[in-house]
Design a protein around this ligand. Structure first.
Ligand code: RIB
Length: 313
């Protein structure tokens, strides 16, 4: 292992039902069998970072004292994630209600439970200070995200996956080294930079608007791959391998976790994004969130098939 990633974020038990279509307001529909599986953006990203290989991964999160917590701890530990900093407050473990249609699209409602009680204590701050990459999302309190970012050492990367979408205060913006968003989140955040951006705007325009606030942005584009934009460099489009989607739940999380591990391992952002796009593509071909995260070998094989080797100058 040559790098250390700390993922700060949510852990949820996912209650998943296949549906013919998502219900409208006031509507009841019949779905398939209920599946209960480990999820939560933070825990999914930690599993993805650990399974990517190359980086030691710690998860900083909060779980309840219930069966769901045991399911999540078992999944994290199976992937090789350090769970010694996981807090166990007197609250229920976070729960996500997920419907998935036949084309793999999902709709998700999260009841945060213990996630909303996550804080950064002294032990957590000490571990954050050893990280090469600190990766967070927005299913835990913003104050916790900010405290985690501020606890990192000088030179470490603070990567924020700004999901689910919400406005960010100036003090959080000021900490972000790398913003990872989908097109909708990019448009929401770009609007707060004073522009008139919408999700219909070209990703490059959205990225340029966001570069006014952060030094680097990755916009994930689903089947179209990802756009990597860094201040002072031309934006790079990373195509995604072609796959048949089964369930998109957690594919973005796989992308983020694998990206963080590759950065901690010392890969340049555009190269790390290829590995992340390959892993994300594999994840959509399998049901579930953490269960769908590919191994390093699977990701490496698909990335090698898809992308020409990078020639170092
Ligand atoms: O990104 C997918 C995740 O969002 C699910 O696992 C669910 O728990 C929610 O956090």
């Amino acid at each position: 292992m040559s790098g250390h990633v700390v993922v700060v974020g949510s852990a949820n038990v996912d209650l998943v039902v296949d549906v013919p279509r998502h219900p409208g307001p006031g509507e009841t529909i019949l779905g398939g069998e209920l599946v209960r599986s480990p999820g939560g953006k933070g825990a999914n990203q930690a599993v993805a970072a650990a399974r990517a290989g190359g980086a030691d991964t710690t998860f900083l999160g909060a779980l309840g004292r219930d069966d769901a917590a045991e399911l999540l701890l078992a999944s994290l530990e199976r992937a090789g994630v350090h769970t010694d900093l996981v807090a166990r407050p007197h609250a229920g473990t976070g729960t996500a209600l997920i419907s998935v249609t036949a084309d793999g699209e999902n709709a998700i409602i999260v009841a945060p439970g213990a996630n909303s009680l996550l804080t950064v204590d002294d032990r957590a701050a000490a571990r954050l200070a050893q990280a090469d990459v600190v990766l967070a999302q927005l299913e835990v309190p913003l104050e916790t995200v900010l405290a985690a970012a501020r606890a990192r050492r000088r030179g470490a990367v603070f990567a924020l996956n700004a999901a689910p979408s919400r406005d960010l205060p100036a003090d959080v913006w000021a900490e972000v080294d790398l913003l990872i968003v989908n097109e909708h989140e990019a448009a929401d955040l770009a609007r707060t930079t004073g522009g008139e951006q919408s999700a219909a705007e070209a990703p490059t325009e959205l990225a340029m608007a966001l570069l006014a606030r952060v030094p680097a942005v990755v916009i994930t584009l689903g089947a179209a791959g990802a756009l990597v934009a860094e201040r002072g460099a031309d934006p790079v489009t990373v195509p995604a391998p072609r796959v048949t989607p089964v369930d998109t739940t957690g594919a973005g999380d796989t992308f983020c976790g694998v990206l963080a591990a590759a950065l901690a391992h010392g890969e340049p952002l555009a190269v790390a994004a290829r590995r992340a796009a390959a892993a994300g593509a594999l994840a959509v071909t399998r049901p579930g969130a953490q269960a769908a995260v590919p191994t390093a070998d699977e990701t490496g094989a698909l990335a090698a098939q898809t992308y020409a080797p990078v020639v170092e100058p």
